[in-house]
Write a protein that binds this ligand. Sequence first.
Ligand code: 3PG
Length: 212
Amino acid sequence: MLSTLSLADHGPVIPVIVLQRIEHAVPLAEALVAGGVKVLEVTLRTPVAQACIEAIVKAVPQAIVGAGTLRGVADVRAARDAGCVFGVSPGYTREIGAACRDAKLPLLPGVATASEVMAANADGLTFLKFFPAVQAGGVAMLKALHGPFPDVSFCPTGGITADGAPSFLALPNVRVCGGSWLTPADALEQGDWARVTRLAREASTLHAAKKA
Ligand code: 3PG
């Protein structure tokens, strides 16, 4: 079973993907991988999401595919059945933690407060999604959380762009960010996979800002 922290070994950005059409799934994943982005979070927000994940897992073996927007036990089962190797949730509940342990699905759970960090830590989780990152306090909040939680690292997600990511990546408790800017809805609608590859290449070569 993979460690969710190892997801950060593959590059500084995890794309948050919303797929409306099954025929977009494989070309989109191929376009991201071509741009150097292998870790993909496909959100379970659309009726075709599970079928899209299955198609990517089958056709794009280089991709490391996880399911996002896990909100309950049924979502965890859907993610596992589709062949995901990790899951991401917007928040954390003991129920979702237990469901992921039962399904042997490594979980990157969302938190936005110190109490939520403590609840996730109590269940053994120390790599957490900070969501919604910009809206919940951004870089300043993550700096503040580093004091009491020096052993916890975060994948900030929500409101982050290519311009904003370097400030997050400069923090000692951040190695990877999430965001939807690599997969704009209009690029998917137009089948503009070259644009997605370009955005992925830019994202995969982002560096930490000099000063956070
Ligand atoms: C989400 O779950 O929607 C992510 O946080 C993506 O947020 P973004 O669209 O602001 O990058």
